[in-house]
Write a protein that binds this ligand. Structure first.
Ligand SMILES: Nc1nc2c(c(=O)[nH]1)N[C@H]1C(S)=C(S)[C@@H](COP(=O)(O)OP(=O)(O)OC[C@H]3O[C@@H](n4cnc5c(=O)[nH]c(N)nc54)[C@H](O)[C@@H]3O)O[C@H]1N2
Ligand SMILES: Nc1nc2c(c(=O)[nH]1)N[C@H]1C(S)=C(S)[C@@H](COP(=O)(O)OP(=O)(O)OC[C@H]3O[C@@H](n4cnc5c(=O)[nH]c(N)nc54)[C@H](O)[C@@H]3O)O[C@H]1N2
Ligand code: SF4
Ligand SMILES: [Mo]
Length: 750
């Protein structure tokens, strides 16, 4: 299609980040100011971290911006239809209904669910907690418990804070052991590292080795030196056996970590019970290969062990997450260049709240029906449907979702859909009328990523290189539109009979208390009042960010003559700032009670009994199990309405190994019926030896054929919802995180 010629003066290049995934690549958005439209989205070669790299999804930002199905006005349910209404009417209705339910049944009758995009929007991240606090409920849920919750639990127990998560120093390592991650499709997770294809290529070019452990020969496994097929859900066995060999062969070498690491002997004892010979039949990896792998890890000058979704969304997710870092410690690779290191974000540590040292925020309350534990203020989402349907006299009666699609993304989505239907009131802050929001009484849409400023708060704290980048909005906020943070604060204010401004000021006050005006804060000599004055006229998340940056490790501490960082200075660096490679920072950044690394925290040690029991009980599993997979052109459940990404061949297919296909009578191009304890579906079959025999794979985030949605592009190629098969009873018992991989299924021709 020929592009309309435009006068040069009408074209503006806006340098910012793509916020769709954790890589946060620098993009240059070419904006036609005459029509306020996107002409193109290109990689920004001057971004110091991504250096021009982008993936196909970046172009999807244009499609998202222009999508006629995307919601621009609040919707209110009238009978079984939706009607556009004004903001005041919509917000008042939400506040009124929530208040009434709270008065009648207590605050815990309201549940909240925060989805993944909140982590990619600094406004929602900064004000999400304010919003939840305003509702007063402890029934808070999020996508964390279908994702990285186990890693947060293990990091908190070992290092003292849920987001103190070490990231692999991919650019300097000599040996990278990857378990359950496919960064060539996902572009990396709990590891912000734009251009993983380039980074992994350079790792190998400098003589480093890449080993991938995965039940599927993934895109990443294909470019590795070696790929090891592993039976789903058995990572903790493999990792424990590696630990076993390190001790047995006296290859444990903590180096300087020895001075402040506790629990080494305890780990040695625990690992005794997991020799390679015992775990080999379960994992599918031979004892000999496990032994040599341990030696390779120990012998590499600099090595990093890294585990992701495949290791967290499984039965032993927290143990596997812990053992990944145990290996990093035992080989002396934690906190050293080329190993696994802690980022130092310009806006401060991941967990700035002065929490009581050492107290793990775990199981302070539990879900009513199944008694699943709270962690860091949240309950596992696998409990949500039960809390609505089964909680007797005190069930959850209302739900507020914020940028989440739990019907497609949480286990037993079919049951959750029935639960949502039964609720007294549902409000959704979302930009689509989709599988979840169709159950809403009110939908509150927000601006798009390109209409918002951003700063990757969460992802600078997980980056393989320190940096800071300000992303200016490419478009002004449309008239009558609201940013997510504005919607959250409006609800927070109205539900308590105050205003958004009051809720905003309270958030600022809380942050001021920990950053200025008292001993131990970054700016002890500056009063909160003075700081407030200096931060004006900024508002909203910009004001909080300016405060964090100025009080942060590179900040100007409110001394305008100093050359430290402030938001204004950061914004002037149009392509972002590089703040150098990760640097050793232990023991200073540890927040455990002892001040050291807890290698054998009680919480985790207690869970080893469960693993031991499974080892005793289980022979090599021979039933068929289902795992998931991510695809480059897909983004969880919500970019399937963008034609540029959705076009092309059918992607929601069941991958089956040829031997299994033969045994089950499945033909390539045919269709298979897949059944689990909780549901069934029919999917097209692809036969491929990239699967481990006995394992089938289906991507998640599809299933767009539900009635009452408004996603016309996605509906044309709906695919199936893999979470109709995942089981809400399947959890990692310690964290409560959902098991989304290794689901027992039966498969037959359809
Ligand atoms: N089987 C299986 N299930 C999985 C996974 C898996 O690997 N396998 N992965 C899990 C993981 S890691 C995650 S993170 C979850 C994700 O789970 P969710 O966060 O529940 O799901 P998403 O698909 O990310 O849905 C995002 C929602 O936010 C809306 N949205 C997008 N941008 C904006 C915005 O700017 N403003 C507002 N207001 N709304 C917006 C979209 O319309 C969509 O409704 O899925 C999990 N589910
Ligand atoms: N294109 C794209 N990018 C994304 C997303 C997306 O939906 N699409 N989602 C984003 C989100 S929310 C997240 S959390 C990240 C996730 O990022 P990744 O963790 O890299 O996610 P996946 O690509 O799903 O890779 C998981 C791998 O684990 C393997 N696996 C499954 N079960 C097991 C097991 O039991 N053990 C082991 N060792 N491996 C197993 C799977 O075969 C798969 O190759 O990706 C983010 N980036
Ligand atoms: S990898 Fe792709 S989706 Fe992720 S930030 Fe970069 S361009 Fe965006
Ligand atoms: Mo995720």
């Amino acid at each position: 299609m020929a592009m309309r010629p435009v006068a040069r003066k009408d074209v503006e290049l806006v340098h910012r980040e793509c916020t769709l995934c954790e890589a946060h690549c620098g993009v240059s958005v070419e904006v036609d100011r005459a029509t306020q439209s996107v002409r193109s989205v290109r990689g920004d070669p001057d971004d110091p971290h991504s250096r021009g790299y982008i993936c196909p999804k970046a172009h999807g930002l244009k499609g998202l911006q222009e999508d006629p199905d995307r919601l621009r006005r609040p919707l209110r349910r009238v009978g079984d239809r939706f009607q556009e209404v004004g903001w005041d009417e919509a917000l008042d209705l939400v506040a009124e209904r929530l208040r009434a339910i709270r008065e009648r049944h207590g605050a815990d009758a309201i549940a909240t669910y925060l989805g993944n995009p909140n982590a990619h929007d600094f406004g929602a991240t900064l004000f999400g907690a304010t919003f939840q606090r305003a509702l007063g409920t402890r029934w808070r849920f999020s996508a964390s418990s279908v994702d990285q919750l186990p890693k947060m639990v293990s990091a908190c127990a070992m290092f003292g804070a849920p987001l103190r998560i070490p990231v692999p120093d991919v650019d300097r390592t000599d040996f990278l052991l990857v378990l359950g991650a496919n960064p060539l499709a996902s572009n990396g997770s709990l590891m912000t590292a734009p251009d993983m294809p380039g980074r992994l290529r350079r790792l190998r070019e400098r003589g480093g080795r890449l080993v991938v452990v995965d039940p599927r020969r993934s895109e990443t496994a294909r470019v590795a030196d070696e790929h090891l097929f592993l039976r789903p859900g058995t990572d903790a066995f493999l990792l424990f056996a590696l630990v076993h060999v390190l001790f047995e062969e006296e290859r444990v070498a903590l180096g300087r970590l020895a001075e402040f690491t506790h629990g080494l002997e305890r780990v040695r004892e625990l690992a005794r019970e997991f020799p390679p010979e015992a775990v080999a039949p379960l994992t599918g990896i031979t004892a000999e290969r496990i032994r040599t792998l341990a030696r390779e890890l120990a012998d590499a000058p600099r090595a990093a062990c890294y585990g992701r979704i495949g290791t967290t969304t499984q039965e032993f997710g927290t143990l596997a997450s812990w053992l990944v870092d145990v290996l990093n410690v035992l080989t002396g690779n934690l906190d050293r260049p080329g190993g696994a290191m802690f980022p130092n974000a310009a806006h401060g540590p991941a967990d700035p709240r002065p929490r009581k040292r050492g107290r793990i925020p775990y199981a302070r309350w539990r879900s009513r029906v199944r008694g699943l534990p709270e962690f860091a203020g949240e309950l596992p989402v696998a409990a949500l449907a039960d809390e609505i349907l089964e909680a007797g006299e005190s069930p959850v009666r209302a739900l507020v979702t914020v940028a989440g699609n739990p019907v497609l993304s949480t286990p037993n989505g079919g049951r959750l859909a029935r639960a949502l239907e039964s609720l007294e009131f549902v409000a959704c802050v979302d930009i689509y009328l989709n599988e979840t929001t169709r159950f809403a009484d009110v939908i509150l849409p927000t601006t798009t990523p390109l209409e918002r400023n951003n700063y990757p708060l969460v992802f600078h704290q997980l980056a393989v290189r320190n940096g800071a980048k300000w992303s200016p909005a490419a478009f002004p906020k449309p008239p009558d539109a609201k940013h997510p943070w504005e919607v959250l604060l409006e609800i927070a204010g109205r539900v308590n009979g105050t205003t958004a401004e009051v809720a905003e000021e309270m958030t600022l006050d809380a942050l001021l208390r920990t950053t200025v005006g008292s001993p131990g804060t970054a700016c002890p000599a500056l009063s909160a009042e003075e700081a407030r004055k200096r931060l004006a006229p900024l508002r909203g998340p910009e004001r909080l960010l300016d405060l964090m940056l100025r009080a942060g490790p590179h900040g100007d501490r409110f001394d305008d003559a100093a050359d430290g960082l402030s938001l204004a200075k950061l914004a002037a660096a149009r392509h972002g700032l590089d703040l150098g490679p990760l640097a050793p920072c232990l023991p200073e950044v540890l927040a455990t009670e002892s001040g050291g690394i807890e290698l054998a925290p009680e919480l985790l040690v207690a869970d080893v009994a469960r693993l031991r029991a499974a080892l005793a009980k289980r022979r090599a599993g021979n039933g068929l199990v289902l795992i998931g997979r991510r695809q480059l052109r897909s983004n969880n459940s919500w970019m399937h309405n963008v034609h540029a990404l959705a076009k092309g061949r059918e992607r929601c297919t069941l991958l089956v190994h040829p031997a299994d296909a033969g045994r089950l009578g499945l033909a390539a191009g045919g269709r298979a019926r897949v059944c689990s304890r909780v549901g069934e579906l029919v999917a097209p079959v692809e036969v491929t030896d990239e699967m481990m025999p006995g394992v089938v794979s289906l991507p998640h985030g599809f299933g767009h054929d539900a009635v009452g949605t408004r996603m016309r592009v996605a509906q044309r190629k709906p695919g199936v919802n893999s979470n109709l098969l995942t089981d809400e009873l399947g959890i990692d018992a310690l964290s409560g995180n959902a098991v989304l991989n290794g689901i027992p299924v039966e498969v037959a021709p359809a």
